[in-house]
Ligand binder design. Structure first.
Ligand SMILES: C[S@@+](CC[C@H](N)C(=O)[O-])C[C@H]1O[C@@H](n2cnc3c(N)ncnc32)[C@H](O)[C@@H]1O
Length: 318
């Protein structure tokens, strides 16, 4: 059950006006129109019940489809493909493209990483939807189950905001004030198009400091960027630093061991250490075995997912 929205938070709410004092790091893409309400997401899905006109012709070039799924579309003497089968085919072919794209960009260098996000930015959301990326939803659900304050008044720092998926979800649930940070200019340009952010800041975390004032944000959320070659573990201290006393920090991590480096172990050591130092308290963690399809390897052909975790911390009152 979701908590009620009455203001029982022991964190102080920040008015958007308080943001004026913030230093803005190289903000090359300010939001175009921050007053635009989020897009109407209530549009009903298109009618999928109408059969396609030409169902008798099998698609050409099915050889690039992932094996497990392409077996679905070896028609042979079976009846012609249904609408559903055609949808599966188009998803397979998209998934294959996403896999090929991501596998061509394996890097442990965050500078290189954000360059490929620049290239990917325009298609990022579509591709991640094909990859069944669930981290933003998991994180926002976990946050909401534990957020006691006024959503409308809360100031949210969306770190590694990408194209704005997390803030879009949060805005649909009543949050109104967002500041975004990302290392990719291309992704920030996409985020600006949402019209949700009152400020967008370009910073390569780990190399540059998190561009956020201390003790400022009611919620700091970082989804999809705690991983080798993305943001280093040290960034979690900066997330805590930017949060108001009593405010919440929500983070996700995908299960992935690359180049023999156990990011998960390092991250969990740091989170624990910060708790022992009295900086924050863990209030929730959620495991998922379906963080996203494993598009980074050929596992995706077998419909195998990567697992992951959501962490939620409350900053100490001092
Ligand atoms: C998987 S996307 C997640 C975006 C968004 N939070 C979401 O869930 O859709 C990872 C994002 O982290 C950003 N990123 C990766 N490493 C970074 C770093 N060191 N500093 C800043 N941003 C980084 C990328 O540019 C990209 O936008």
């Amino acid at each position: 059950m979701l908590p009620d929205q009455s203001d029982q938070s022991d964190s102080q709410q920040t008015s958007p006006d308080d943001l004026r004092g913030l230093e803005v790091f190289n903000t090359s893409t300010p939001p175009k129109n921050t007053s635009t309400p989020p897009k109407n997401t209530s549009t009903p899905p298109k009618n999928t019940s109408t059969p396609p006109k030409n169902t008798s012709t099998p698609p050409k070039n099915t050889s690039t489809l992932p094996n497990s799924l392409s077996s679905e579309i070896q028609f042979g003497s079976r009846p012609p493909p249904t609408r559903q089968r055609l949808l599966i085919m188009s998803d397979c072919s998209k998934l294959d493209k996403v896999k090929t794209f991501l596998q061509s960009y394996i890097t442990t260098d965050p500078k290189e990483r954000v360059k490929y996000y620049d290239v990917w930015a325009e298609k990022y959301e579509e591709d991640m939807s094909v990859a069944a990326y669930s981290a933003p939803t998991l994180a926002v659900n976990c946050l909401l189950s534990n957020f006691p304050g006024s959503r409308e008044a809360a100031l949210v720092l969306d770190v590694a905001c990408g194209s704005g998926l997390v803030s879009k979800l949060m805005s649909e649930l009543g949050f109104r004030h967002f500041v975004g940070v990302d290392g990719s200019k291309g992704m920030l340009e996409q985020a600006a198009k949402t019209g949700l952010y009152q400020d967008l800041r370009l910073a390569l975390l780990g190399t540059q400091p998190l561009p956020a004032q201390a003790d400022m944000f009611d919620v700091v959320i970082m989804v999809g960027a705690l991983r080798i070659g993305f943001a280093p573990v040290s960034v979690v201290r900066e997330l805590c630093h930017a949060t108001k006393p009593g405010g919440l920090v929500c983070m996700t991590r995908i299960d992935y061991t690359e180049s023999g480096y156990d990011y998960k172990a390092d991250l969990e050591r740091e989170l624990q250490l910060m708790e022992e130092e009295g900086l924050w308290t863990r209030i929730d963690t959620e495991e998922t075995d379906k963080y996203m399809l494993d598009v980074y390897t050929d596992n995706v052909k077998h419909g195998i997912y990567r697992a992951g975790r959501v962490y939620l911390y409350k900053k100490s009152l001092r």
